[in-house]
Write a protein that binds this ligand. Sequence first.
Ligand SMILES: Cc1cc2nc3c(=O)[nH]c(=O)nc-3n(C[C@H](O)[C@H](O)[C@H](O)COP(=O)(O)OP(=O)(O)OC[C@H]3O[C@@H](n4cnc5c(N)ncnc54)[C@H](O)[C@@H]3O)c2cc1C
Length: 379
Amino acid sequence: MDVAVAGVGIAGAFTLRQLSKSLEVVGIDKREKLGYPVECGEIIPTKKEMKVLLPTLDDYSLFDIPKRFESNRTKEVHFVLPDGKTFEVDFEFHVVNRDRMIQTIAEESGHELMLKTRIKGLSGNKLLTESGEVNAEVIVASDGPNSRIARTLNLPKKELSPAKQYVMRGVECDEDVVYMYIGRKISPGAYAWIIPKGNGVANVGIGFRPRYADKRDTIVKALDRFVREYPYSSPFLKKAEVVSSIGAVVPIDLPFDRAVYGNVLFAGDSASMVISHVGGGIPPSMVAGDAAARVINGYFDGENGLEEYDRLWKKYLYQPLMNAYYLKRLWDRFSSSDEKITRILSLASNADMGKILRCRIPRKIRLISPLLPLIERLV
Ligand SMILES: Cc1cc2nc3c(=O)[nH]c(=O)nc-3n(C[C@H](O)[C@H](O)[C@H](O)COP(=O)(O)OP(=O)(O)OC[C@H]3O[C@@H](n4cnc5c(N)ncnc54)[C@H](O)[C@@H]3O)c2cc1C
């Protein structure tokens, strides 16, 4: 083959979509049905928001998300603190049917797909799979947060946060709002969410970082508290039933320093390309997959080398991902107690939270940053 796309989630599908039809390409995935089960809250900022979030993209048409993939469109984000104080931020999200989106994009790419095929490793230009070897001149490692290919190449391990999510039916919340709940009791070191998909269906989940949790606490107990007891979420969920349940991990670390290793290009979660303070990986995976494909097309046309990919993804993603990581590290300082979280966020405004959501570091935070160790002790 010319190109093997190893893992067809978001990054893999967007790579296949952009790879030239004249190339011999195969997309390989262990799943029987691409994107299923859905291990995601399924929100993607609208194009208007993406222009602010990733201001250095050359082309935003990637974020013209077709209506057929959308199950809802929300207008606001409400950040709910442990004492109930709520920040209301105008911010638009598409809530997509992520599995349908991945399947359709991969199928419409016209490239060959090898499903139910687990990748075991890599040897030179050969991908080793359960059903034999695949020889390819270029390999795209889009095999997600637990990348087998990254492990084979002995690349440094990145921090992952466990997450658990229910799809619930009969949810009674404002369907124009994505709710994000900050608080150690329900989501130590992360946040919990209710994401309305429309018609009373919602993705209801939590992140859970054991190092910030009580010793005996578990992700299952925390999600249960969020659904049944927590005063600001349970009223929306009292008549709701669980339709399905998943557990997965989200990268919450810095991206790789480089994503090109010989003939292997890493894209998406496999390279920790994630907006780490909110665990948002769909937009970076779309951008990285698309950029990888454009570089590969150029490589086969003799226009550029594969290393051009490092220049491109960094141009598009690096600064926002670095800002996100800065905010995530800042957040970690106050995550050990709900009192600290509440006190430090009493200094924030709706506008600050809007900036933070858009990977901007508010001036206030820049100004106080030299004093953070002191503030951490005082709050
Ligand atoms: C609970 C949860 C909620 C989230 N909510 C959001 C959200 O609302 N918005 C957002 O932007 N981000 C969200 N994220 C993050 C987002 O889902 C990921 O960052 C994004 O999907 C990464 O895409 P990817 O293509 O890199 O990886 P993936 O989508 O994980 O795709 C990797 C693919 O590789 C395949 N694969 C893996 N290993 C092998 C192997 N050995 N052999 C063959 N195939 C393999 C997998 O089957 C999969 O299809 C969430 C994550 C979680 C866990």
